[in-house]
Structures are given as structure tokens and as C-alpha cells.
Design a protein around this ligand. Structure first.
Ligand code: NDP
Length: 420
């Protein structure tokens, strides 16, 4: 029996909410709160006769801590799920602390305005210290650790698929398969085709920022940064076939480097088709990916936000996306003194997701783990005070829940390795 406040009502939140409604015995009451309340009302209306979960809705600007505090104090949830954008991570964490409520999200903090001088000063120091220049990193949210500990609350960070399930896979490999892990390659393959020349599978602004940034990987105790898309490998994915994939910076590398002792190297690869890359390169060359406001006909606009308005809404891609995703982790290391390799992954079919929750597989593979993470916190399977990433909890009940609620894991004890 629990009451949960879900902030955001976009592509991923639509899946989270529908999956929570499938587990009404735990999610007895939910409140969907977002910037545009009409989206929350429409979904609540659609689901009301299909679930035992009692759904209410609210309007909130999650950039405003006081608005969040008022809403949380009125609704009195046990958990706030931030399924809005990474821009709101810190304001929602502040509100949770003020109200004594647990927190979770699916992506680590990044600022909306990367030109803000105060943020930039901290960012430039951090780049020098850490050796990677992505706009997103865990330092902002890790800084809340003591406050959450003292308040006796839990903050669960990055509980989607990647970050999220990929870290549970690492914890699972460490617990069951290896004495020592030497290398981890995280592979994110989307073999889906939506028929558009160019569209992103989740929020375009966040997605384009991520993939246009320099890549980086962890090796021998430090970061190695490379120009964007400059390391390319081919991999033959079960369920999809051969795909080109590119090395990206990704947030879970940062926490795994701390939490997997003795690790020699962690890399993250994502597949992209040539059409996506050509469009992205062109948009970048003409300045459309910029987050800095420009004056246009007497009005300030942010180029990447204007681009977002032109691109298809990821939430509408469901009916037209066909094919599968294959996301997982390949490990090398030792067990009982012997070298071994291991691959743990999930394959998800875009059309099967659409039949179940009217969404494509990218939102599905993010939304199901978010619901399962909430389930772990609400049922007490995961109970620790402070600020944590997924690999810091017992992976077994979480992977069981994923198996049960739509993302079953597969294993291969003799996988092909990614070329060095
Ligand atoms: P969408 O853009 O589809 O949805 C975002 C939602 O947040 C919208 O409902 C939007 O409202 C709402 N929102 C935005 N700003 C505010 C605000 N200030 N106050 C209240 N509500 C706000 O994004 P997605 O659903 O595609 O992505 C959601 C999250 O999932 C992102 O953080 C993304 O990074 C993360 N993600 C994580 C993945 C993982 O594997 N870990 C993979 C994919 C995504 P409105 O309707 O008014 O715009």
C-alpha cells in the first residue's frame, strides 16, 4: 500500500505510469504532476477503468522548489519519482529533503543553461579535476549524500536501462559470475526503424546533447577523452544483426569506476545509423544544437529548443517503430583463478511494447526499470539511507522484477568480444 508522486508526463513517464497501474497492490495511489496538466488528465482518464490504482493529477513547475514543496506536503507521498528532465533533479531533491520524502530519477543532473556563469565556473573546475567534459556528472547529486543520510531518506539515481539496469547487470556479474572483473563494455543497440529520416527516441534536447559531446572511457584509473564519435566498432547483435556502434561518455561509467574495485577499463557504445549521424553533424555545423540563446526577430530563442519543436515527439513514435533493441554488458575477468567472459543483456521488441503500453521500446526499456526501482524502495527490498546508484543495491530482486514485468535478462557465457 503506497502513495507515489510521479513528476513528468512525457514518453518515459507514460510507460512508468502504465506499469505502476499494472502493480496496483503496491502502487495503490499515484499522483501524476507535470508542467502541462492536460497531458496528465488525458492519461489518468484513459487508465481509470483499467486499473485499481487511484490516480489524481496536478500541475507543477518542477523548476520551483516552493511549488514542489506545496504539492508534496499536500499529497504526502512515500516516494517522488522524477520522470521529468535531468534539469529538475536538484530542485526535486531539495523539495524531497524539505518534506522528508524518498526520491528517485532516471538520469543525472545537468543544467538547462550551460552558459550560466556560476554553473560554468564549477563545471570547468570539475573538467580539469576529472578529465571529461560532459555536461552531466554525478558530483551535483553525490553532494546531497550526507543530507539524505541525516534525514534518514533514500535517493536512487539513474534507474532507467542505461543508466540503471546496466549497473544492476554489473552488480549481478560481480555477485554471481566473477571474483574479479577486469573490463566492462556496455552495449546499447537500437535496431528499431521509425521511418523518419531523423528523430530521437527520447527527449531530443537531452539526447542530442549526450551524443554530440566528446566520448570518454575509464582506463587504468583515469578518464580518456576522445573527439565525438571518433571510436567506431561493429558488433553482431542477437535479434538485430550487425550494427555500427560508437563510443560515448555515459554516466554509469563514473559510478561503476568507483563501485567495481580493481576494474581496468569501462567503455560504453551506442549504435547509430548513417542517416542519424549525417543529420546530427549537419545540425551541429549550422549551430542548431546550441543551448545558448540567440536573438531572432527581436525574441530570444534557444536553437536546440527550436529544433525540438520541429522534430517528431518521441512519444508518438510507438505505432511506426519496428525492430528490436538489445542492451547489455560484456565482462572479462576471473573466477576461481580462471579467465572468463560473460554477457548479460535484454532484447526488447518495439511493436510488442506498443501493443502493451502504446510506446516504443526506448521509453519502455527506461520506464519498466523505473517502476521496478520504485517497487524495490516501496517494498523495502532496497533500504539504505543516502544517495545511491543502482549497482550499490542487491541486483537479484531487481532483476527478478525486470524478468516479471517485461524485460527478461539473457546470458551468454561465451560471447564475441568488442574489438580492442
Ligand atoms: P519528454 O520530453 O518526453 O518528457 C518530459 C516530461 O517532463 C514532460 O511531460 C514535460 O512536460 C515534463 N517537464 C519538463 N520540464 C518540466 C518542469 N519544469 N516541471 C514539470 N514538468 C516538466 O522526456 P522523456 O520522457 O523522453 O525522458 C524523461 C527522462 O528519462 C529524461 O530525464 C531522460 O533523460 C530520461 N531517460 C533515461 C534513460 C535511461 O535509460 N536511464 C533513457 C531515456 C531517457 P511538458 O509536457 O510540459 O513538456
Amino acid at each position: 500500500m503506497s502513495r507515489v508522486l510521479i513528476i513528468g508526463c512525457g514518453g518515459v513517464a507514460n510507460v512508468v505510469i502504465r506499469k505502476c497501474c499494472q502493480v496496483s497492490e503496491v502502487f495503490t495511489e499515484i499522483c501524476i504532476a507535470s508542467r502541462t496538466k492536460s497531458k496528465c488528465d488525458a492519461l489518468a482518464d484513459l487508465l481509470k477503468d483499467r486499473t485499481e490504482t487511484k490516480i489524481t493529477t496536478a500541475q507543477v513547475n518542477a523548476d520551483e522548489v516552493q511549488e514542489l514543496i506545496a504539492l508534496i506536503n499536500e499529497y504526502k507521498p512515500e516516494l517522488v519519482m522524477n520522470i521529468a528532465l535531468p534539469y529538475q533533479d536538484l530542485t526535486i531533491m531539495d523539495a524531497c529533503l524539505a518534506c522528508g520524502v524518498n526520491y528517485m530519477d532516471t538520469a543525472n543532473y545537468e543544467p538547462e543553461d550551460t552558459e550560466d556563469p556560476q554553473w560554468r565556473a564549477v563545471y570547468e573546475e570539475r573538467c580539469k579535476k576529472d578529465g571529461f567534459s560532459a555536461y552531466f556528472d554525478y558530483s551535483w547529486q553525490w553532494a546531497y549524500r550526507e543530507k539524505f543520510e541525516k534525514a534518514g531518506l533514500t535517493a536512487l539515481l539513474g534507474c532507467g536501462f542505461d543508466p540503471g539496469v546496466t549497473q544492476a547487470y554489473c552488480a549481478y556479474a560481480k555477485k554471481h559470475e566473477f571474483d574479479t572483473i577486469e573490463t566492462i563494455d556496455i552495449l546499447d543497440c537500437n535496431g528499431g526503424d521509425h521511418g523518419y529520416a531523423f528523430a530521437t527516441n527520447f527527449n531530443p534536447e537531452i539526447n542530442l546533447r549526450e551524443v554530440s559531446a566528446p566520448g570518454s572511457y575509464w582506463e587504468n584509473g583515469h578518464w580518456v577523452e576522445i573527439p565525438p564519435m571518433s571510436i567506431k566498432r561493429e558488433y553482431d547483435f542477437e535479434g538485430v544483426g550487425k550494427k555500427d556502434m560508437y563510443l560515448l561518455h555515459h554516466e554509469e561509467i563514473e559510478s561503476l569506476a568507483r563501485n567495481i574495485p580493481g576494474i581496468r577499463r569501462i567503455r560504453f557504445f551506442m549504435t547509430f545509423g548513417q542517416s542519424y549521424l549525417t543529420h546530427m553533424q549537419c545540425l551541429e555545423n549550422v549551430g542548431m544544437l546550441s543551448t545558448a540563446p540567440i536573438l531572432f526577430e527581436g525574441r530570444e530563442i534557444v536553437p536546440i529548443q527550436f529544433l525540438k519543436a520541429l522534430l517528431p515527439d518521441p512519444a508518438t513514435l510507438g505505432p511506426r517503430t519496428h525492430g528490436k533493441t538489445n542492451i547489455g554488458c560484456i565482462f572479462t575477468g576471473k573466477k576461481d583463478g580462471k579467465e572468463k567472459t560473460y554477457y548479460i543483456y535484454n532484447i526488447c521488441d518495439h511493436q510488442e511494447c506498443y501493443q502493451e503500453v502504446e510506446s516504443q521500446a526506448i521509453s519502455y526499456t527506461t520506464g519498466v526499470p523505473a517502476m521496478c526501482g520504485a517497487l524495490m524502495l516501496l517494498t523495502g527490498e532496497w533500504k539504505k539511507e543516502g544517495v545511491y546508484t543502482v549497482e550499490e543495491f542487491d541486483p537479484d530482486p531487481f532483476i527478478d522484477a525486470l524478468d516479471r514485468y517485461g524485460l527478461p535478462h539473457r546470458e551468454n557465457h561465451n560471447p564475441a568480444l568488442v574489438e580492442e
